[in-house]
Design a protein around this ligand. Structure first.
Ligand code: SAH
Length: 489
């Protein structure tokens, strides 16, 4: 049984150990404040049990959570109890560990990045600083400081020589500030409240100990939020960085197949965007024998999926990259070329324009007698037709089929509300709009990887707002960032 911290919200702040354990767990019991993508790496047959609060309602009673953990552990299953932030910082992790140990269950603790350090860091506030704060106190603001049974010594906290970080204190912020002021803490001490820290819609409100509660109320700050009191808050002016990322505050939907989405999603996140994964398509390999590559003088690959599946077919026939020896190999673009490199093959031909027409042009001076085009079942016939017109004999090998992936209601709703929806192929256009239905997107800007994908949008009566001039993922990111910059200015 593992008690695991999931970090404050940014999926990049999950630890390597947490990801490893999530991937092997039979059962994961998780809270509300865990990163949305934390569970995508869980096994398909793992049981995922939500035990958090539902929209302000009560969470599963603690006793019931403890009992569920015990039952699963006793059944011999690998249990991951996943909690927001760090499991031992205001997360009742200590209690859960005690209950399990008391019942004779071994518990391993995996610390997480706690919100009280991470949210300030993403706001550009170091909780300690050699000149500004040599100590930091983590406080629960859960209780009303006016109540006599408050377990916190507020006058001691008022004279605490360092930064105060208040968890769970949004509602009590006014009462807490009053209590600290009454006990003699400086009214002009810099203060900040960070809502949804480390998430792309993070908001930061700043003021002083005297003004912060009113400002937070005026901005309608809601949980989860962390309050930071101390002169370190003033450093934000110089150290602020997260809100300055090129895609900060924007939500971008990724429509490509789940298996291919992660590189694009990660790049978008590192640019500051919130990513909605709405995989409208799935790649289904087509079974078949390995092609006899010796028969061809040219082998064309039109996608990284094609490369992967060609090599899978070769491997199952006991063959490897040497099957391509002596053939000319053409890749439609840099992504496909990179996939080939992964198998030790350097493409001979990569066109400057990453569309079939570009490949046709690039092949103009190349003598071709017998060509093999390895690709999806449904694809444009530009390339085979052009090669045949030149007198070459052309075989088309269909390695996979692109099929619709049903989207859940929440995926559809999230994609509809996104600021940008990205399309990386015409099949993503087709299947995405089939999946979301005719309901219009709420003002999302449509980003297309290139002219063919744009054509698929226009066929649906939609004009792409952004078209990449380099038709690969980097080109798409570049175009999106440029558009976000102009839309903002
Ligand atoms: N174990 C968690 C804290 C659980 S208590 C940790 O170590 O971070 C829940 C409180 O944590 C919230 O009320 C809020 O004060 C804080 N919190 C959690 N995630 C947060 C986030 N992304 N931004 C700001 N505060 C957060």
């Amino acid at each position: 049984m593992y008690l695991v911290g999931a970090g404050p919200g940014d999926p990049g702040l999950l630890t390597a150990r947490a990801l490893e354990l999530i991937a092997t767990a039979d059962v994961v019991l998780y809270d509300r404040l865990i990163p949305a993508s934390a569970l995508t790496g869980a096994r398909a047959d793992a049981e995922l049990i939500y035990v958090g609060k539902e929209g302000g309602g009560p969470s599963m009673p603690q006793g019931q959570i403890d009992q569920a953990l015990l039952d699963h552990a006793r059944a011999g299953r690998t249990v991951v109890r996943l909690k927001g932030g760090d499991p031992f910082v205001f997360g009742r992790g200590g209690e859960e560990a005690e209950a399990l140990r008391g019942a004779g269950i071994a518990v391993e603790i995996v610390p997480g990045v706690t919100a009280g350090v991470a949210a300030p860091a993403y706001a550009g506030i170091p909780v300690t600083h050699r000149e500004a704060a040599s100590a930091v106190a983590f406080i629960t603001g859960h209780e009303d400081p006016a109540k006599p049974e408050s377990s916190l010594d507020w006058s001691a906290l008022a004279s605490f020589p360092g930064t105060l970080v208040v968890y769970m204190g949004v509602r009590q912020l006014g009462a807490i500030a009053e209590r600290l002021l009454a006990s003699g803490r400086a009214s002009d001490e810099p203060a900040a409240v960070i809502e949804r820290g480390t998430l792309s819609d993070q908001r930061v409100v700043t003021g002083t100990l005297e003004t912060i509660a009113a400002r937070a109320a005026a901005e309608a700050v809601r949980a989860p939020a962390i309050a930071v009191l101390g002169s370190v808050v003033a450093l934000r002016e110089r150290l602020q960085w997260f809100e300055r990322l090129p895609l900060a505050g924007l939500t971008v939907a990724v429509t490509r197949a789940r298996a291919q989405a992660s590189a694009l999603a990660e790049a978008l996140r590192s640019l500051g965007a919130a990513v909605v994964e709405a995989p409208a398509i799935r790649i289904v390999p087509i079974d078949g024998p390995a092609p006899e590559l010796e028969r061809y003088d040219l082998v064309c690959l039109t996608s990284p999926n094609g490369v992967r599946l060609l090599f899978e077919r070769l491997a199952s026939a006991g063959r490897d990259a040497r099957a391509l020896a002596g053939r000319r190999v053409a890749a439609i673009g840099p992504g496909t070329a990179a996939a080939l490199r992964g198998h030790g093959v350097i493409a001979d031909i990569v066109p400057e324009r990453f569309v079939a027409e570009g490949l046709v042009e690039a092949l103009l001076d190349v003598p071709v007698a017998h060509a093999l085009i390895a690709r999806a079942t449904e694809a444009r016939d530009v390339l085979p037709e052009a090669l045949r017109a030149r007198g070459a004999s052309v075989d088309v090998l269909a390695l996979y089929e692109t099929v619709a992936e049903p989207l859940s209601e929440s995926e559809r709703a999230a994609a509809r509300a996104a600021n940008y929806v990205t399309f990386t192929s015409s099949s993503t256009v087709r299947f995405f709009f089939d999946a979301v239905g005719p309901a219009p997107l709420e003002g999302a800007r449509l980003v297309s990887i290139g002219p063919v994908t744009s054509g698929a949008l226009r066929e649906r009566g939609l004009e792409p707002d952004v078209e990449a001039s380099r038709h690969d993922i980097d080109g798409l990111l570049e175009a999106l960032v440029a558009d976000a910059a102009t839309s903002r200015s």
